[in-house]
Unconditional design. Structure first.
Lengths: 300, 279
């Protein structure tokens, strides 16, 4: 038996992959299948799941209810999508200059500058969001700083009403995912050969043209990887919106969470989460086909 | 990319982005010395009891729920890191160096969790465990005290599941340039498979395995969403505890906790950097 395993590389490969596949089947394939089955079910008066086959939950999410047209859930889906797009664009705009700055710094200083980007990530996710509550709330750090400045300059000041709001959620999301964009963009910028810039200069390209025609295209793998690392978690979040948006900002994540834990309607929550999954997979697939696969994910 | 004189605008924008990254951290640390219990406005430095300005830090260590949550978080992180590093490394070796039936499918299955929103995986596992536990509890007609429930076990198992793909990804990147001839040379010199693995393969892939383990550990420590759906009585982790606090009144104790957290992580990173330099 042992001799057989020693000589058969196919068998060795299967033995090595088996534990990982076992875990994936038990905790990914079976759970997702159960979620799909649940999403076709109904609930009884006590909140128990009745396994039938109905598309009712999906119709309701898309706006077709027994009482007629209601786009409540459709708007939640679109809001999540829109917020994820906004977050990703703002994060790219903020991350790019910093990544570029680090990549152009003296080599000895680069590691330290990157290290500085990572430190905030090491506080806890929930705690970072709480820090933004402290900053943005009506009597918080931002308003008191602004009030003191206005006082000093002798100009009237109206406190900003930022918490809780959708803007606060956007700020929190941007903060969470900024480092995940800086790192991959830096990795791809750092790989660019300096001779390419010299070549562009020799061919009379000005700084602006060199940036658009040389730097940006070559850093695309980094942008693609960073986008995937940002977009997917943002579209499914419920924590940031819960803490910084109060009860005002409801995203798909909040919808799923409430159906499972508060409203006790697992079939409806399951349908919402399947729609979220399909939406994410379709967008990721389209995006990676369009802009090339983010090979940098592995490096980042 | 070569080092060049930076434009002042680029420098200014970079400083502003760094400021944005650090402002919340500075606020967290400063407010851990706040005299005000409600922690909304900074009312001067606390100076109370034997600990003086470190009053909230002392309160923190006296807080049973915080200490329990810390213990749970560490148990979950260590256990899931060890198991997922072993399983993830095995999978990386299989995918990178062996041909076997179902290789493409396994590869896809291992990428899937990375592109799945965490909440989808979280509720999937919740549905799965409640179905299985419900079925077992009814089938065996267990008494209420013996019933299977969500807890440390379910959290650990779920953390193992979401960490494996990341470990595999990192270890595979390291295996990419691996020279098979080194192992053949060892075998030719009479080493058996086990010795070859221990003396040749493992030392070569060790940095990748360590990087994978560090990633798994960080992911586990920081995880909120999957833990939220798979936790149960007696298995509160720090993120879950903090989230619960946010719905009530938050005292500067929480700020003291985050300050200690950052310090501990900085020390751990410094030590690991020191070890890497020595190699």
């Amino acid at each position: 038996m042992i001799q057989h395993i020693r000589e058969n590389r196919r068998l060795q490969g299967l033995l090595l992959i088996f534990p990982a596949m076992f875990v994936m089947v038990m905790l990914l394939v079976i759970p997702l299948t159960l979620t799909v089955i649940t999403s076709f079910g109904q609930r009884d008066a006590d909140g128990n799941v009745i396994y039938t086959f109905t598309l009712e939950n999906y119709w309701r999410l898309l706006g077709f209810t027994e009482q007629g047209w209601d786009d409540l859930y459709l708007r939640i889906l679109l809001r999540s999508l829109w917020l994820a797009v906004q977050t990703t664009v703002i994060v790219i705009l903020m991350a790019y200059p910093l990544a570029y700055f680090i990549a152009r710094s003296p080599e000895k200083r680069r590691n330290f500058l990157l290290f500085l980007v990572l430190v905030p990530l090491w506080t806890n996710f929930v705690i970072r969001i709480y820090a933004w509550v402290m900053i943005l709330r009506s009597q918080g750090v931002l308003n008191s700083t602004l009030a003191a400045t206005a006082d000093l300059l002798n100009v009237p000041f109206q406190p900003l009403d930022l918490y809780p709001s959708q803007t606060a959620v956007l700020i929190g999301m941007v903060y969470e995912f900024l480092p995940f964009m800086i790192l991959p963009i830096y990795t791809s910028l750092e790989k660019i050969e300096p001779s390419l810039y010299e070549a562009a200069a020799d061919l009379y390209a000005n700084a602006f043209r060199t940036f658009w025609r040389v730097t940006v295209p070559l850093s695309m793998p980094g942008i693609v990887a960073g986008t995937i690392l940002t977009f997917i978690p943002v579209i499914g979040t419920f924590v940031v919106s819960d803490i910084l948006g109060g009860r005002q900002v409801i995203l798909v994540g909040n919808l799923v969470q409430r159906q499972f834990l508060d409203a006790r309607n697992p079939p409806f929550g399951a349908a919402a989460s399947i729609i979220l999954l399909v939406m994410t997979l379709v967008l990721t697939l389209y995006y990676t086909r369009r802009f090339g696969l983010g090979e940098e994910i592995a490096a980042g | 990319m070569s080092a060049k004189k930076q434009s002042p605008w680029l420098t200014l924008v970079s400083i502003l982005v760094y400021f944005f990254l650090y402002a919340p951290i500075i606020v967290l640390i400063v407010f851990s010395f706040n005299a005000s219990r409600t922690n909304v406005v900074f009312e001067g430095v606390v100076n109370q009891g034997p600990c003086g300005p470190f009053y909230w830090y002392c309160e923190l260590f006296r807080n049973r729920s915080v200490m329990d949550a810390t213990r749970n978080t560490l148990i979950i992180a260590f256990t899931s890191t060890i198991v997922s590093t072993i399983i993830g490394t095995m999978a990386a070796l299989a995918l990178q160096r062996y041909d076997f039936f179902g290789k493409k499918v396994s590869e896809t299955a291992l990428y899937f969790p990375i592109v799945t929103p965490e909440i989808v995986m979280g509720i999937g596992i919740l549905v799965f465990f409640s179905a299985v536990f419900g079925w077992i509890n009814t089938a065996l007609a267990l008494a209420p005290s013996q019933r299977l429930t969500m807890g440390l076990g379910t959290v650990i198992v779920s953390h193992i599941a979401f960490s494996i793909p990341f470990v595999t990804l990192v270890v595979r990147a390291r295996l990419h340039g691996f020279d098979d001839r080194l192992e053949e040379a060892a075998m030719d010199l009479g080493a058996n498979e086990f010795t070859t693995f221990r003396k040749v393969t493992l030392p070569l892939i060790a940095p990748g395995v360590l990087a994978g383990a560090m990633l798994a550990f960080t992911l586990s420590l920081d995880d909120f969403i999957i833990t939220f759906f798979t936790t149960g009585p007696g298995a509160t982790t720090l993120p879950i505890y903090v989230y619960g606090l946010l719905r009530r009144i938050v005292t500067p104790e929480l700020n003291a906790l985050s300050t200690i957290w950052v310090l501990v992580v900085l020390i751990v990173v410094a030590i690991s950097q020191w070890f890497q330099r020595r190699e």
